[in-house]
Structure formats: structure tokens, C-alpha cells
Ligand binder design. Structure first.
Ligand SMILES: [Mn+2]
Length: 348
């Protein structure tokens, strides 16, 4: 069982954003960073902020490459929510490759996009699982911390020193469910859902605030440290501010915890940040921070390379350029290197 918070190595580092199975982008970025996976050489250690896997062309190859760098002492990785889903045996859109499902598809607008991800063999699946099961939730040293989605000192302190992520997440979820049941929250949430039949209908905005539904969602996210660190905090939305995403009306939204002070520079992934201007109608909780800026002491290094599956389906190629990119934040220089751009961009 891994220690859940582990030390970052000393000296300069390259902090790499969410890869989402985009093996070509990873190879291109590592080359620009001076990492030679074949010869197992690196100019400096590489730290991955989690979500190595998802709907990209080859999550298995990404994990195998990163695992070989970890074995060689050249890389460190924190667990992301997509890795946690695999450890929890949680079959979700985009991880069909792990379950032998070659027909995994995404709902995209009114159409469907097949992922065309390479499907893992049984042996590969076992390797992937064994590697992910040993990852920490956070890495830290006095001048820097790395976590996938959210740092919260109280939540981290509530965790054991070492543990099995999936077993812990399940037992904590069971405790939360027991408490909610004792307070009849699920009962009230069910009644609210029954009274408001349009929960999955985009054309029917809710005419009321579903308080118990919101309480249930927030409790399972915020009171479970494993979920909190890997997929972030949530807060109830104000009355009348419910929004439709992922096929249903939501009464909770992502907590912009990075607006509050942190005890040291903290680097995260997870938030599908954009390199260019925000796109109207797309949820982007970092949209009030300029593309290459820190928010106080927090920097999100996920620049949406995970969107390339959809960009490719729309005819985009390397030649025409992608909106989403794979980034590395060089530390202590605080500059960004992208897989598909020459030179580097300073952060502010
Ligand atoms: Mn994530």
C-alpha cells in the first residue's frame, strides 16, 4: 500500500499536465524536455499531475512509458480521478479500453464519437492496475506541492499515512452514506427528484432548488478526502443558478478553492484549462484567470490535450493545429513548454 503523501525530489523539476492517453503528445513533450525514454535519461525529474489515462488513443502506452520512467527514478506521479475510477472498477465513458470494450463512444453535441482507443490485453490491464495502485495522492516539499485537483490540509490530515485508495474511498463513502441516511437526506432527495421530473431535460430549467440533492452531492465529494484531492471540492449553487451539464441539471458547482490562500506554490491538473480565449457555453472554471497565469499560489497545468479526440473527429490535425495541448511547467523557472509549440511561454 502506498504512502498517500510522498516527498517530491529536490532540485529543478518539470511538472506535466493531464495526458488523457495522448501518447504522441507525451512523446513530443518529453523530447522537448530532454527526456529520452529509450535510454532512460532525463535532464531533470518529471512529475505527472495525474489523469495519465482516459479517452486518448493509447492509455496503456502512456502508463507503460511513465511506469518505465518511474522505475528508472526519473518520474513521479500523483493519482487522478481517471485512475481512481479504474481502481474503483468504475466503468465510465472513455475507459472502455480498460474493460475490453472497443465500442466506447462519447456523446458529442447531437452525435457520437468513437474513441478508437487501443484496448488493453488482460496482462496489460493487470500491469496498469498494479502501477496505479501504488501512486500517492500528493507530492510535496517545502517550496512546492503537487496534487491532481484540490489541496485541503484538513482532508489530507484525516487520511491514514498509507492505504489502498479504492478500499479507503469505499469505506469513507459508506460512512458518509450512513450519516446521510440517519438524517434522511436520501429520502428527501428522492422526493425532490420525484417532484421535479425534468432533472435530465435540458429544456426544462428547474423551478425550485433541490436542497437535499445538492447536500447529497456535496457530502460525497467534500467529506471524502480521496475524492476531494482527486476531483476537487464542490459547493451548492445559489438558488436559481442551476445549470445543465453532462445530461442533467446540477445544483452544485466546482469550488474555486484556488482563490483562497495556500501555504506554498501548488500545481494541479484536472480543470481543462484553455490556451486561448474561453469558448462560450463551455464550462471552464479557470476562465477568469488569464491562460498562462497563476491564481495566487495555485497553477493549473492541464491545457486540455484531452480534447484532441473531439478535435480530430472534427477534422483537426497536427498540421492545422489543436486548441488543446500538453504542457509542462518548468520549476523553478515557472515557464510552460507545450508538446506542439517551439520555445516556452512565461507564466504570470
Ligand atoms: Mn481530472
Amino acid at each position: 500500500m502506498p504512502r498517500l503523501v510522498q516527498p517530491l525530489p529536490d532540485g529543478p523539476l518539470d511538472l506535466v499536465g493531464d495526458v488523457h492517453g495522448e501518447i504522441e503528445a507525451l512523446l513530443a513533450l518529453l523530447h522537448r524536455l530532454g527526456v529520452d525514454p529509450e535510454r532512460r535519461r532525463a535532464a531533470r525529474p518529471v512529475v505527472f499531475v495525474g489523469d495519465l489515462v482516459d479517452r486518448g488513443p493509447d492509455s496503456v502506452a502512456v502508463v507503460e512509458l511513465v511506469a518505465s520512467l518511474v522505475d528508472a527514478g526519473l518520474a513521479h506521479v500523483v493519482l487522478g480521478n481517471h485512475e481512481l475510477n479504474l481502481l474503483l472498477d468504475d466503468k465510465k465513458e472513455g475507459n472502455g479500453w480498460y474493460w475490453g470494450d472497443a465500442d466506447d463512444q462519447a456523446q458529442h453535441g447531437i452525435g457520437r464519437i468513437p474513441f478508437r482507443s487501443r484496448v488493453a490485453t488482460t496482462t496489460e490491464r493487470d500491469h496498469v492496475r498494479a502501477f496505479l495502485a501504488e501512486l500517492p495522492l500528493a507530492l510535496e516539499r517545502p517550496d512546492l506541492r503537487v496534487v491532481h485537483a484540490c489541496w485541503n490540509a484538513e482532508a489530507a490530515a484525516a487520511l491514514p499515512h498509507a492505504g489502498d485508495h479504492a478500499a479507503l474511498a469505499r469505506s469513507i463513502a459508506a460512512e458518509i452514506a450512513e450519516d446521510l441516511t440517519a438524517r434522511e437526506v436520501p429520502h428527501r432527495a428522492a422526493a425532490e427528484r420525484a417532484a421535479f421530473a425534468g432533472l435530465k431535460d435540458r429544456d426544462v430549467p428547474p423551478d425550485r432548488y433541490l436542497a437535499a440533492v445538492a447536500e447529497e452531492d456535496v457530502a460525497h465529494q467534500v467529506r471524502n478526502p480521496i475524492k476531494l484531492l482527486t476531483s476537487g471540492a464542490e459547493v451548492p449553487v445559489a438558488d436559481g443558478k442551476a445549470f445543465f451539464v453532462g445530461g442533467k441539471w446540477r445544483f452544485v458547482t466546482r469550488d474555486r478553492w484556488w482563490r483562497r490562500p495556500v501555504d506554498r506554490p501548488t500545481v494541479v491538473g484536472h480543470y481543462w484549462r484553455r490556451r486561448g480565449p474561453p469558448i462560450e457555453g463551455k464550462l471552464d472554471v479557470w476562465d477568469d484567470v488569464p491562460p498562462f497565469a497563476w491564481s495566487g499560489g495555485v497553477f493549473c497545468v492541464d491545457y486540455s490535450v484531452g480534447r484532441r479526440y473531439a478535435e480530430r473527429a472534427n477534422g483537426r490535425t497536427h498540421a492545422t493545429g489543436f486548441d488543446g495541448g500538453l504542457a509542462a511547467l518548468r520549476w523553478p523557472e515557472r515557464v510552460l513548454v507545450f508538446d506542439d509549440r517551439d520555445g516556452h511561454a512565461p507564466t504570470t
